[in-house]
Structures are given as structure tokens and as C-alpha cells.
Design a protein around this ligand. Structure first.
Ligand SMILES: [Zn+2]
Length: 281
């Protein structure tokens, strides 16, 4: 919508986190099964990445709501092998935000190499970060949140973050890992500046405004690592949905009727709602 990614088709139905019920089934997914569809609509299964357990980096992927039609609709068609059964403990409204924001947030924690009881920074606190926080808490981690907007800081405090500060504020203690969610290179540099030696910053953003020049000696030297997070694998999705059911993960959501899709998008852009906006049919 914002033109950050070049259009791949002249017209496309957006929406890449879809929860619903199967109406045209298969033997493994009979009619009535509750399922989710994520950003990864399919991979070619043949390229070097697919054959080496890195299907998130597939050379010829299909993206839901970008390359193929997505979920701003009453019905959608999806590849059976890229459809995920949903835990019964989650209704559609609360399951939808898990399907990209949740899974990719979870993958970011994996890419950052988070281990139990570590100190982890979340830079930005929108739809994805607010789902990563309870996962970190379930792992016994201390969570440090730097984010713009009083509303987001308030939500992070309410959810039990160890420390909450402004967008580029430095947490009071050196972090083992940091994940950046804002599409801002300045935030990436702030995250690097918060790490201990050997720490990792994982960038959970499909687009960054720019990467500013930064001081190698103080920010990257000392075996600090800077990594991007691209897409997801089906095992990330399955592992995350199982974990979500196990820890009772429930995203903050605001529902909008389908015919108010533009209002929902505007609310996200204005940052006027906490958590995720979900279109409901
Ligand atoms: Zn591939």
C-alpha cells in the first residue's frame, strides 16, 4: 500500500494473515477444518535453499497478498501444503495476527539466537513485537522495550516488560540480543549500541529507510553480529503455533468489518491502535 515493495501484479487482493474454515477440502484438510494462511503462500521446493532447509530464502517464492490474492476477501484459495491447522484455543480474530507478525517475530528470536533467561531488547513495539514479548517471558528472559509512542510504551509496561524507554533510548544494561521492528536504520544503530560483546541484532523488517554510517570500533567490533530476518519456514510456523497454544498467547486485537479495510489501514498507519487490526467477515 505504501509502495515500499515494488508491485508484482497490476491488481492484487492484499492480506497475508488469514484465519478461516476450509470449504473445499482435501483428505488431510477436510471441509470445516480451521486453518491459517501466512505470508509464504508457497515455495518451488527445487532450488538450493529449499533443498537445504532454508525454504524461507527460496528463489521463487509465492507471497500471499502480493504475488497471489490474499485475505481481504470472503474466500481465498491456498496451497494445501502451506496451510496450517489452528489450535482450537484460539478463535479466528486472535489467530490471524499470529500468522505473519507472530511467526516472523518468533523466527527473529531464533535468528538472534535467544536462549532462556537472557536479556533481550525489542526496538519497536507494534503487532509483531507485542507477540514476541510473551514468548520471551515464557523462556524466562528479561525484556527491554525501546519504542516511540506513549501508547506502545504503556502496553509494554502493562505486559510486564523489565524496562521501557523511547525509540532510540539505550536500555540500562548491556543486552545479549536485540530485535528491531521499526523500518528505521537509526533504530538498528541504537540496537547495536545496546549489545554486549558477542551479542546479536536481528532486523525484523522487510524494508529499512537507510542504513546510516556507524562506528565499527565501538558498535560491531567484539564479535557483535547484525542479521536480517527473511520470511519464515513451515517449521517456524508449526513450532510457533504449538508454542502459542501451550503458553496461551493471545494478541491484542481490534476488529474492523471488511468494508472498513481502508479505515483499518489508516489506523495502523496513524499508530492509533495497540496490537493488530483484524478484518472480520
Ligand atoms: Zn525454492
Amino acid at each position: 500500500m505504501e509502495g515500499e515493495l515494488p508491485p508484482r501484479r497490476h491488481e492484487v487482493i492484499p492480506g497475508h494473515q488469514i484465519a478461516g474454515e476450509v470449504v473445499n477440502g482435501t483428505p488431510t484438510l477436510p471441509v470445516g477444518s480451521r486453518v491459517g494462511v501466512s505470508w509464504i503462500g508457497g515455495t518451488d521446493g527445487r532450488c538450493w535453499y529449499c533443498r537445504n532447509n532454508m525454504e524461507n530464502l527460496c528463489d521463487a517464492p509465492t507471497f500471499t497478498g502480493y504475488v497471489v490474492d490474499g485475505g481481504y476477501a470472503e474466500y481465498v484459495s491456498a496451497r494445501e501444503d502451506f496451510v496450517f491447522p489452528l489450535p482450537s484455543s484460539l478463535d479466528d480474530l486472535h489467530a490471524a495476527p499470529l500468522l505473519c507478525a507472530g511467526i516472523i517475530g518468533f523466527r527473529s528470536l531464533r535468528v538472534a539466537g535467544v536462549e532462556r533467561r537472557e536479556r533481550v531488547g525489542l526496538f519497536g513495539f507494534g503487532a509483531s513485537a507485542h507477540l514476541a514479548l510473551p514468548v520471551l517471558q515464557a523462556w524466562g528472559c528479561e525484556v527491554y522495550v525501546s519504542t516511540r509512542g506513549g501508547k506502545h510504551r504503556h502496553l509494554a509496561s502493562e505486559m510486564g516488560a523489565t524496562w521501557v524507554g523511547g525509540e532510540t533510548d539505550k536500555p540500562p544494561i548491556a543486552l545479549d540480543r536485540a530485535i528491531t521492528f521499526a523500518p528505521s536504520g537509526d533504530v538498528v544503530v541504537a540496537a547495536l549500541g545496546s549489545l554486549r560483546k558477542g551479542g546479536v541484532v536481528a532486523i525484523n523488517a522487510i524494508h529499512l529507510d537507510r542504513v546510516p554510517e556507524f562506528d565499527y570500533d565501538s558498535l560491531l567490533w567484539g564479535e557483535r553480529q547484525l542479521r536480517s530476518v527473511a520470511n519464515m519456514t513451515r517449521s517456524d510456523a508449526a513450532d510457533f503455533l504449538n508454542l502459542a497454544a501451550e503458553i496461551g498467547l493471545k494478541p491484542q486485537v481490534t476488529g474492523f468489518p471488511l468494508d472498513q479495510a481502508n479505515e483499518a489501514l489508516a489506523a495502523v498507519k496513524r499508530d492509533s491502535i495497540n496490537g493488530a487490526a483484524v478484518l472480520v467477515i
